[in-house]
Design a protein around this ligand. Structure first.
Ligand SMILES: Cc1cc2nc3c(=O)[nH]c(=O)nc-3n(C[C@H](O)[C@H](O)[C@H](O)COP(=O)(O)OP(=O)(O)OC[C@H]3O[C@@H](n4cnc5c(N)ncnc54)[C@H](O)[C@@H]3O)c2cc1C
Length: 390
């Protein structure tokens, strides 16, 4: 049996689901495949969503309002929250975005995908083979073959489609990891997202709805992975000490999970009729909370290309990819370089670098122009944004 669509998307993670909705919004018929069931899953992570990502979900009718905690203040310090070595952003007129836990975000996306008639779901699906031909792309699932003009690989960091297509990557392993968990705490967070630079890494305390916060503890892989497996009372005591008692008494309300960190960027974003999106295309250090935001901008850019190709009667598997490659390349590479640089500086324990870092934080904090540019970068705002991000 052969089924035909405009687009096939492999991978129904946060990026694949959003890409399916965005392309369907552009009028395309979409087949969405995942090797696992369509479920929110056991992800302890949260996503700090930029203004443009929030616009995207609103434009696609994804209902996440109830789970969103707006970021009212953002603080990076070397030391306690009132340390003089600090960089402080207030939300003011421009928003600093909002934070949501990944499972409710994924649940809302899945619900919206099921409501969308032009998206057909195949999950769990077992891809046996695929072809990237001149006239179309074909995915072989054994009993059924799917054919489309465009094949989007949103199949995550180890993307099989990327590897089998022969698209190479530039990869740098940090020998570092991030431990994530959620805590409930005695004192209110007042919407403050606080990142404290500690020896060899950083601890981010990100506000969630109610008296709850996400902890993202990044540092040398061995010590972070060890902290993930110590008894919970010892972990809480360690955390309390690293946070100087900020937020008062606390306890863990989610599993501790650790993620090895790397910088990885594909050498190209498309080949023939295949386009890469999300972690399949790029992985950056999570310290700026931008990885998913980048993937969501991939989704919006692909959908914009599909819309324009359809309006002008061009082949969506060819015309849309030219724009896609050009528009996404600068955004991905510049953010990759920026997060890499911040990681190198924030992780350095050497006294001269530590001194320069403290001085740098204080200097930037005094410049409203530099701060405003950093805010704009984090919000994902740029000239000529795809319509869905506005
Ligand atoms: C500790 C940490 C904190 C982070 N915090 C933030 C943050 O605050 N803000 C932010 O913007 N980003 C953040 N990120 C980054 C963000 O989590 C990722 O970029 C994002 O989840 C990637 O989504 P994805 O859909 O591309 O990939 P994935 O979530 O990996 O999804 C890939 C999907 O493809 C499927 N798949 C794989 N292979 C196949 C196959 N052969 N056939 C079918 N299906 C397949 C998988 O089952 C999966 O469902 C963080 C990352 C980390 C590690």
């Amino acid at each position: 049996m052969k089924l035909e669509y405009d687009i096939i998307i492999v991978g129904a993670g946060l990026v694949g689901l959003t890409t399916a909705l965005a392309c369907a919004h552009s009028g395309a018929s979409v087949a969405l495949l995942d090797r696992r069931e369509m479920e929110p899953g056991q992800d302890s992570r949260v996503s700090a969503l930029s203004t443009t990502s929030l616009n995207l979900f609103k434009n696609l009718g994804v209902e996440i309002e109830d789970g969103l905690q707006p970021i009212k203040d953002m603080l990076v310090t070397e030391g306690v929250p009132d340390s003089p070595w600090r960089l402080h952003f207030e939300s003011g007129r421009s928003s600093l975005g909002a934070i949501i836990e990944n499972p409710p975000l994924k649940a809302a996306l899945i619900e919206r995908v099921y409501e969308t008639e032009s998206i057909q779901i195949f999950a769990p699906a077992d891809i046996q083979n695929f072809e990237n031909n001149a006239a179309s792309a074909i995915v072989d699932m054994g009993e059924a073959k799917l054919e489309a003009r465009l094949l989007i690989a949103a199949d995550g960091r180890e993307s099989g489609l990327r590897k089998k297509s022969g698209i190479t990557v530039q990869r740098f392993d940090y020998d570092a990891a991030s431990l994530v968990t959620t805590i409930s705490h005695e004192l209110p967070h007042d919407g403050l997202a606080w990142q404290r630079i500690i020896k060899g890494g950083a601890i981010a305390v990100l506000p969630l709805t109610g008296n709850r916060s996400q902890i993202v503890w990044s540092g040398p892989r061995q010590s972070v992975e060890a902290a993930a497996s110590i008894p919970e009372t010892d972990f809480i005591a360690l955390l309390f000490e690293k946070m100087d008692g900020y937020l008062g008494n606390m306890h863990c309300i989610a599993e501790r999970q650790s993620y090895p960190l790397r910088l990885q960027v594909a050498d190209r974003l498309s080949k023939g009729r295949i386009a890469l999106a999300g972690d399949a295309a790029h992985i950056i250090h999570p310290l700026a909370g931008q990885g998913l935001n980048l993937g969501l901008r991939d989704a919006a850019a692909l959908a914009e290309g599909v819309k324009v190709s359809r309006q002008t009667g061009q082949d969506i598997g060819v015309a849309s990819l030219l724009e896609y490659e050009m528009w996404r390349d600068v955004d991905i590479r510049s953010l990759g370089a920026l997060t890499h640089g911040i990681h190198r500086i924030s992780g350095a324990g050497l006294a001269p670098i530590g001194h320069a870092r403290r001085f740098g934080l204080a200097m930037i904090n005094r410049s409203s122009m530099v701060k405003s540019q950093l805010k704009t970068r984090a919000a994902g705002v740029a000239k000529d944004l795809p319509e869905l991000l506005r």
